[in-house]
Ligand binder design. Structure first.
Ligand code: NAD
Length: 275
């Protein structure tokens, strides 16, 4: 059955792939993104290939912006059945330069070098807002449409770093842990009104954002890229398409008794102790 699916951050790499896959299943797609051109470009691609989509500029941190987006979705596509909270990300101000602190690091005056003691609360707040508040606010706005309807669900995008934090990124790891925790809380809260709430926990996906961190210009791996592959039992990075099967399952009838789960899609990274 055709559903109305709203995806935030869907001008980006991972959620644009999910938007296209859901359109192929016959669903009507609202592509929301802070970047209007990116949202429109994905919606156009879907429409050209025979699907139904609209691109909408929306800021997941501003309720007014989301209310305006919802009015457009409701008038052009209908009420929302499925919400995928894809907007999210990290910030350099919430990231340390090195995985471990050594005493001599406190004397390092290299421009931009950051230990734990230099982390800027504005960077930490940015990351918590974008990932947690940016998941909560769209859910407040769009899940109202779902109350009392059949077959509705919310899918959040957490990360495998929510299970065990990755080195250097305390803000992003903590914010995604909050997204996972919120997913469970909301699944319980919404359980009596028929809205299922689940999350994906992607591992390492090679995207434009992290390509330079993980690979060199000639395509070979950086030391961090190498370390990740060594810690990933399946020995490779994920591709955006690897998220599609689990998304269709969690948003479909096959998962009608599944709520409050956070599914790792990480080639075994979070299952592996390294030994
Ligand atoms: P991306 O940067 O390609 O996409 C994120 C999109 O969100 C961008 O199009 C951006 O314009 C949009 N956005 C940013 N701030 C926004 C705001 N305030 N309001 C609305 N839209 C906003 O990133 P991606 O790799 O596709 O990541 C998608 C999600 O998956 C994020 O939540 C990310 O944290 C998560 N994730 C990614 C990876 C990975 O390896 N790429 C791994 C685990 C989790």
């Amino acid at each position: 059955m055709s559903k109305v699916v709203v995806l935030t951050g869907a001008g980006g790499v991972l959620c644009s792939t999910l938007a296209k896959a859901l359109a192929k299943e016959g669903h009507k797609i609202a592509v929301l993104d802070l970047r209007k051109e990116a949202a429109d470009a994905i919606a156009n691609e879907i429409n050209i290939s025979g699907g139904v989509a609209i691109g909408i500029e929306a800021n997941v941190l501003e309720k007014d912006s989301l209310d305006i987006a919802k009015a457009e979705v409701n008038s052009k596509l209908g009420t929302c059945d499925i919400l995928i909270n894809g907007a999210g990300g990290n910030h350099p101000l919430g990231t340390t330069s090195k995985p471990f602190l050594f005493k001599e690091d406190l004397e390092d005056t290299t421009d931009g070098f950051k230990t734990f003691f230099d982390l800027d609360p504005t960077g930490i707040k940015f990351v918590f807002d974008l990932n947690l508040i940016g998941t909560l606010l769209p859910t407040q706005v769009f899940a109202k449409d779902m109350v009392g309807k059949q077959g509705c669900s919310v899918l959040n995008i957490s990360s495998m770093n929510a299970f065990t934090p990755l080195t250097k990124i305390p803000a992003y790891s903590g914010a995604k842990a909050a997204v996972s925790n919120f997913t469970q809380w909301l699944a319980v809260h919404f359980s009596k009104v028929g809205i299922r709430v689940n999350a994906l926990a992607p591992g390492f996906f090679l995207t434009d954002q992290n390509r330079s961190l993980l690979t060199q210009d000639d395509g070979s791996l950086t030391p961090r890229g190498n370390q990740i592959i060594e810690q990933t039992p399946m020995g490779k990075f994920g591709k955006p398409e690897d998220l599609v099967g689990t998304t269709l399952w969690l948003c479909g009838e096959g998962a009608s008794f599944v709520t409050g789960v956070v599914v790792p899609i990480d080639g075994g990274f979070s299952a592996y102790s390294g030994v």
